[in-house]
Design a protein around this ligand. Structure first.
Ligand SMILES: [Zn+2]
Length: 147
């Protein structure tokens, strides 16, 4: 339980994605922001998803978003037994306040209480010595079970 990454797959970290994982380790959510059109990109890419510019700069993102969609897993995926203690796992597509849509786990909310449009805020967990991962939970004002 204390080792959150035990028996779970770790992300393959590349030069392109390392800033994201390192920032999460440092409790910050960063995304690539286009210097030409100001679009926030997720996930990390060599060029802007809107205008194609390669002038992308890692930028602090607002730590809030809105649930766009979600799914609930009641079984361990790909036999990674490290997930067993976490079930059921709620995976969401989240529209960040800065505009990017990212996928992440939402915790602190029973599956039956999940709602599209729910407001969520980021928090972070360590997954290795060099990486953290952003996860989300309902904001206090979201009307979720956290009240
Ligand atoms: Zn752009």
């Amino acid at each position: 339980m204390s080792n959150l990454s035990a028996d779970k797959p770790l992300p393959v970290i590349t030069d392109q994605t390392r800033p994201f994982w390192t920032a999460a380790k440092n409790r910050k959510l960063v995304l690539q922001r286009c210097q030409r059109c100001a679009t926030f990109n997720f996930h990390p890419k060599p060029w802007c998803i809107e205008c194609g510019s390669r002038e992308l700069v890692w930028t602090d993102a607002k730590p809030f978003g809105t649930v766009y969609s979600y799914t609930v897993s009641y079984s361990v995926a790909m036999n990674y037994q490290g997930w067993a203690a976490d079930l059921p796992v709620v995976m969401c597509l989240i529209d960040l306040d800065d505009g990017a849509r990212m996928y992440a786990q939402v915790t602190g909310c029973r599956p039956e209480d999940m709602r599209i449009g729910m407001r969520v805020e980021v928090y972070f967990e360590d997954i290795s010595d060099e990486a953290g991962i952003p996860k989300f939970r309902p904001t206090r004002s979201s009307g979720g079970p956290g009240r």
